[in-house]
Design a protein around this ligand. Structure first.
Ligand code: UDP
Length: 253
């Protein structure tokens, strides 16, 4: 909620970390970072660091949880005890159960779940360092990991938040902005179709402000989508290069 003592944006419109209202924190994504997982991704977003691993489709356990007509996407969001300055108590809490649920629901919107009856597609996200916006970072990384696993799906989800600080609408709130700002709206969408797969709001906005927030967040999702695609392309071209090198080695023998 708003705190009168903390000034989050100066007269020139510059935020605490030097960004303007419509700037994202730096984002880097790498696909295929884990050998044992079927798909994986590592993402850094400002000071957030998250690792996503996908296993499946595989037989769902326990069996009574199976759905005979489609696969179940089970996302598990976990914050490491060392991910925040005050030690986070290990294990699930209300917040991580909530984030796991909204991630599962969002991802079920893009995966062709009807192709895998009785199966489970497990998506694990470990937050190694957290500094606001981790649910958006987690969903963005999970989408890349699902694509890396070759799971049939309609497209990938990109996610970003926008909100309000010191009475102004801004993109991608940082930690202090999240703590002392007036509103935070995390959005997940499929940029190619405009389909919204996650939408939450913490705080209050007028209808006009809400429209501005959505416009900013949706614009950012399109940029993030490009970064996700680039990460997958890099992964694919690296695999192809390795394959070509292997073929060359075989020819030389
Ligand atoms: N946070 C924390 N301890 C916790 C949960 C959250 O320090 O147990 C911090 C963490 O930096 C997180 C931020 O508070 O990124 C904002 O949390 P929120 O619930 O708004 O989710 P997020 O913005 O990460 O999606």
């Amino acid at each position: 909620m708003a705190d009168e003592d903390v000034k989050l944006i100066d007269e020139k419109g510059i935020r605490l970390d030097g960004r303007r209202f419509d700037e994202l924190r730096p984002i880097s994504i790498e696909a295929g970072v884990l050998k044992r997982a079927d798909g994986s991704a590592y993402l850094e977003w400002g000071e957030n660091k998250v690792l996503a691993a996908v296993y499946g489709p595989r037989e769902m356990h326990p069996r009574h949880a199976q759905n005979p007509s489609r696969a179940v996407v089970q996302a598990r969001y976990n914050m490491a005890a060392f991910s925040v300055p005050d030690r986070k108590r290990p294990g699930p809490d209300r917040r991580s159960v909530e984030i796991s649920k909204i991630m599962s629901e969002a991802l079920e919107e893009i995966v062709f779940v009807e192709q895998f009856p009785r199966a489970s597609i497990d998506v694990f996200v470990e937050v190694l360092e957290a500094s606001a916006g981790t649910r958006c970072a987690a969903l963005t990384a999970a989408s890349v990991a699902l694509a890396d696993a070759g799971i049939p799906m309609s497209d990938i989800i990109s996610s970003c938040a926008a909100g309000k600080i010191d009475g102004q609408i801004v993109l991608d709130l940082g930690k202090k902005e999240d703590n002392y700002g007036e509103a935070d709206v995390p959005l997940g969408m499929v940029p190619s179709s405009g389909k919204i797969t996650l939408l939450q709001m913490d705080g209050n906005l007028t209808l006009e402000e809400y429209k501005q927030v959505m416009e900013l967040a949706m614009g950012a999702c399109k940029k993030i989508y490009q970064l996700q695609r680039d990460a997958l392309k890099r992964r694919y071209s690296t695999s192809l290069k390795n394959f070509e090198e292997m073929a060359d080695d075989t020819e030389e023998v």
